[in-house]
Ligand binder design. Structure first.
Ligand code: ASP
Length: 291
């Protein structure tokens, strides 16, 4: 039984197959490969894109999806997460798609080996399907990513998208540089900059991230306009440079990215969302059929 806790659960060969399948599905919708499969989604944190994208992906492949809303489930009556999960697993689904605030929840449930676990975002540790769809979006644009440089900009320390992305992109031979004010900067060995303007001439891709105010105990900035002056991606900053712009969403307009840049053709924010469905279809196929 294979799980997806983070992208290192997939071999490079599996990742290449996922990229290939996603591109094939994007060209032509496949037949209902997962017609007899049933997935359960269990989201303990809010989600717009990831949950609907998983559901669309599963349904495009003919699978059924059951949602459990934890705010209306027995976790409210004091049932532990493990017990809730074991009860769901007893119904014999073909996989459980889980989002949780704790970093180790998907791993803990995967270790039970009751049903395949698909991590749809855990704490600030991992969001593997986002990393894979970001990788696909860059690959689709550049054809080859070895040696390309991506700057991750914003609230990196809170971001599971950044954590998974950093692990995947460096493994695949990309250069990753980090751009953030000190309170948003994680502790690792990657090159770090306080201003994007200091490195902008050397980057091929910029991934902007949301300031995740809900994950900081105390407010980091009193005034996000001050933050935006330095970190908002604007046309003045990009000028006519050939840089791909990514953001996992939700975008805080004019704090993360300016309105103008969101409609610029270098912005791939909605392409990421579109690609997310094809990549998740390919991931579902890899986990539920190819194993
Ligand atoms: N949607 C992403 C996540 O769930 C990023 C964000 O919330 O800012 O991690």
């Amino acid at each position: 039984m294979q799980h997806l806790v983070d992208t290192d659960d997939f071999s490079k060969e599996q990742i290449a197959n996922i990229m290939h399948d996603a591109a094939t599905f994007k060209k032509e919708m496949p037949s209902k490969l997962l017609e007899d499969k049933l997935l359960i989604t269990l989201f303990f944190e809010s989600s717009t894109r990831t949950r609907s994208s998983f559901e669309v992906a599963a349904k495009r492949l003919g699978a059924s999806v059951v949602h459990l809303d934890p705010s209306k489930s027995s976790t409210n009556k004091g049932e532990s997460l493990e017990d809730t999960f074991e009860n769901l697993a007893a119904m014999e689904p073909d996989g459980v798609i889980i989002r949780h605030e704790f970093n180790n929840t998907p791993k803990k449930l995967a270790n039970k080996n009751l049903t395949p676990i698909l991590n749809a975002g855990a704490g600030n540790y991992a969001h593997p399907t986002q990393a894979l769809l970001d990788y696909f979006t860059m690959l689709e644009h550049f054809g080859e990513l070895k040696g390309k440089t991506i700057a991750i900009v914003g609230d990196i320390v809170s971001s599971r998208v950044a954590s998974s992305g950093i692990r995947l992109f460096t493994r695949m031979g990309m250069n990753v540089v980090l751009v953030a004010p000190k309170p948003f900067m994680p502790d690792n060995d990657l090159p770090k900059y306080e201003k994007l303007s200091n490195i902008i001439d050397k980057v091929d891709i910029v991934m902007s991230l949301r300031a995740q105010l809900e994950r900081h105990k105390a407010p980091i900035f009193e005034d996000y306009d001050e933050y935006a002056k330095e970190y908002c991606i604007t046309k003045e900053l990009f000028e006519d440079r050939d840089i791909l712009l990514l953001h996992p969403g939700p975008v805080m307009r004019n704090i993360d990215i300016s309105d103008e840049m969101l409609t610029d053709k270098r912005s791939k924010v909605l392409t990421q969302v579109k690609n997310g469905v094809y990549v998740r279809m390919a991931i579902l196929k890899a986990l539920l059929l190819d194993n």
